[in-house]
Write a new protein. Structure first.
Length: 326
């Protein structure tokens, strides 16, 4: 019996890749950069499964290019805004993602960015490299205190809750805004009624929302103006949640103290972006989940979702489970 044909849009970590290659006739895109739109449309023709990354736009046109035999789309990410899920649902194609696995790694990195931006770590390292460190000074590179400060979480899902747990070790007060979540008795975090209330109270703000129509540019000129001038903003969610032009202006004019972005719009951020001229901004290349163990586990789950769909079984993690009731 022939193996099912699949297209994998990039080389994924070996544990997942080996599973896919053992079960499938897999074509794996070998380049560092993702396949172009034209290439993607060509490579998916006749496949039964697609294993995609968040850099790949998978819409109805891609699904139709694959053909009616397409059984499953597995996304090597917890987010799935790169996939037009309604198009998949309309074609009765289950879509998988990799939730839970990257929670701790992402929460660790969000807190890393909070600390680094608040204490001006990258700026301080550059200060030394530039030969500007002449002596110890009482007012050199002063940063923000964490103990007793208020941390505001925008979004209180798995990752937001994990960040709240880490904040407890710093004796921070934690508040959150999330219309879909309630307070968790196991986590010391207080729900507030509005984003404005959270922003006005918080010394640190960390974003943990999915990207959708209601969260696109959620942080904009208006909401940035509601933040304290001493506040620090961190985004490990999705780039378009923040209006980057408004953020640039707020940082340039010192209307907020600092920010750190693991995600940008677009990705990668162009080298000539004005954001990269700011001393009070840290930009990382979307590496919040980039620990070896986490990425191995993500690859395994993406492979398991793919193979389950090819077998006609329910995906371990499916973002459109309604396809099974149709």
């Amino acid at each position: 019996m022939p193996k099912p044909r699949v297209f994998v849009t990039r080389i994924i970590p070996q544990p997942g890749l080996a599973l896919v290659q053992d079960f499938c006739e897999a074509e794996v895109w070998p380049e560092e950069l993702p396949p172009s739109r034209e290439t993607l449309l060509q490579k998916v023709r006749g496949v039964e499964g697609i294993l995609s990354l968040l850099t790949d736009k998978i819409d109805g046109a891609v699904m139709d290019a694959a053909g009616p035999q397409l059984k499953v789309i597995s996304n090597h990410a917890v987010g799935f805004d790169n996939i037009v899920v309604p198009d998949a649902t309309a074609r009765k194609i289950p879509v998988g993602n990799t939730p839970g696995i990257l929670t701790d790694a992402t929460a660790d990195f969000a807190f890393t960015l909070l600390l680094a931006a608040g204490r001006r770590l990258v700026e301080a390292a550059q200060y030394v490299k530039d030969g500007r460190w002449k002596t110890w000074g009482p007012s050199v590179l002063l940063g923000a205190d964490f103990v007793g400060a208020t941390l505001g979480l925008v979004g209180f899902g798995r990752i937001g809750k994990a960040v709240a747990k880490r904040a407890a070790g710093f004796e921070m007060r934690v508040i959150f805004y999330d219309p879909t979540a309630e307070e968790d008795p196991q986590i010391k975090a207080e729900k507030v009624n509005s984003l404005e209330e959270l922003l006005r109270q918080s010394d640190f703000v960390s974003l943990h929302t999915p990207l959708n129509d209601s969260t696109r540019h959620l942080i904009n000129a208006v909401t940035l103006a509601q933040m304290k001038p001493t506040a620090v903003l961190v985004n490990t969610a999705r780039g378009p949640v923040v209006d980057q032009q408004a953020l640039y202006a707020a940082l340039k004019e010192k209307r907020i103290f600092a920010a750190a972005l693991d995600v940008t719009d677009p990705e990668p951020l162009p080298p000539d972006s004005p954001l990269l001229t700011l001393d009070n901004l840290i930009v990382a290349p979307h590496i919040a989940s980039a620990s070896r163990q986490t990425r191995d586990k993500m690859a395994l789950l993406a492979a398991q979702n793919l193979i389950a769909g090819l077998k006609g079984e329910r995906l371990p993690h499916c973002v459109n489970p309604e396809v099974y009731s149709r």
